[in-house]
Design a protein around this ligand. Structure first.
Ligand SMILES: [Zn+2]
Length: 250
C-alpha cells in the first residue's frame, strides 16, 4: 500500500467508526514548539534518565523543594505556546463527530486550548499549580509561579508550598481508570506522536490490541506497537497528514 492508499484507507476507517479514540504523545506538541523531553535533544538524553527521575520525583519534591523547583523551573515551566495545526484539526474532527475523545500523555493543555471538549490527560497539566496545604484549595496558573520572588512558590492564602499539577515519578497517573476504559471501548484507536513506551498508558494500548482491533499509528519513527497496528504512517508532519485524511473524509 502506498501512502496515498493508506490515507484513503484511514479516512474510510474513521468514517465508518462509531467510536474513534485518539491517543497523543509528545510528537504532536513538538509541532507547537514544545520540546520532547524523551526526544533526541530532550533532557532524558542530555541529563540522563536516572537524574531526571531522581529530580522529578515526589520524594525529591517533599524533601528538597528548592532543588526540585530549580530544576522544574528550568525545564518544565513551559513557554507560552499556541496549539499546533494538528491540535486544531483534532478539535475540528471532534466537532464533526469523527473522534470521540483524546487521551493524552502531554502536560501542555494544548488540546483543551485548541477546543477539544473530551480530553483525558493522564500526566496532569503544567499550567496549573495546587496548594499542598491540607484543606486549602488554592490553585494558580504558571504566571503566578513564574513571577514569584522565590524559586519555591507559596500559597498566598495559607503559606504552604505549591506543587505543579503534573504527575511526578513515584505517583500514579491521573484518570487511570477513565483512560483505560476509554481506550478499551474504542472501535478505532488513533495513536498520534507517541512511541508507546511510557507506561501505564502504553499498556492500555497494548491491552486494546489483544484481539482483532483497529489501530492506526501516526508517528515520526518506530513505536513499540508498530507490529500490532492495522496501519502505520511514518510522517514528518502530523498536521499535514491529518489535513490530508480530513480531506478524504466524506
Ligand atoms: Zn494554601
Amino acid at each position: 500500500m502506498n501512502e496515498e492508499q493508506k490515507l484513503t484507507r484511514v479516512a474510510e476507517l474513521l468514517a465508518s467508526s462509531r467510536n474513534t479514540v485518539v491517543v497523543t504523545g509528545a510528537g504532536i506538541s513538538t509541532e507547537a514548539g514544545i520540546p520532547d523531553f524523551r526526544g533526541e535533544k530532550g533532557i532524558y538524553r542530555t541529563l540522563g534518565e536516572h537524574k531526571v527521575t531522581a529530580l522529578l520525583n515526589i520524594n525529591a519534591f517533599r524533601k528538597r523543594p528548592r532543588e526540585f523547583y530549580e530544576f522544574y523551573r528550568r525545564y518544565f515551566l513551559l513557554p507560552q505556546v499556541k496549539p499546533s495545526r494538528a491540535h486544531l484539526l483534532l478539535a475540528d474532527l471532534e466537532k464533526k463527530g469523527i473522534i470521540k475523545a483524546v487521551v493524552t500523555q502531554n502536560i501542555d493543555n494544548l488540546h483543551q486550548m485548541a477546543g477539544s471538549q473530551r480530553v483525558i490527560p493522564v500526566h496532569g497539566r503544567a499550567d496549573r499549580f495546587l496548594c499542598t496545604g491540607i484543606g486549602c484549595r488554592f490553585e494558580s496558573d504558571a504566571g503566578y509561579v513564574r513571577d514569584y520572588p522565590d524559586p519555591v512558590p507559596k500559597c498566598p492564602e495559607c503559606g504552604s508550598i505549591l506543587r505543579p499539577d503534573v504527575v511526578l515519578f513515584g505517583e500514579p497517573i491521573q484518570n487511570h481508570r477513565l483512560a483505560r476504559d476509554t481506550i478499551l471501548a474504542a472501535q478505532v484507536l488513533l495513536v498520534i506522536g507517541s512511541s508507546l513506551t511510557v507506561y501505564p498508558l502504553a499498556g492500555f494500548v497494548s491491552e486494546y490490541c489483544t484481539g482483532d482491533r483497529t489501530m492506526i499509528i501516526i508517528n515520526k519513527g518506530p513505536t513499540a506497537l508498530d507490529y500490532a497496528a492495522t496501519l502505520k504512517l511514518d510522517v514528518e508532519s502530523t498536521a499535514e497528514v491529518l489535513e490530508r485524511i480530513a480531506r478524504n473524509l466524506p
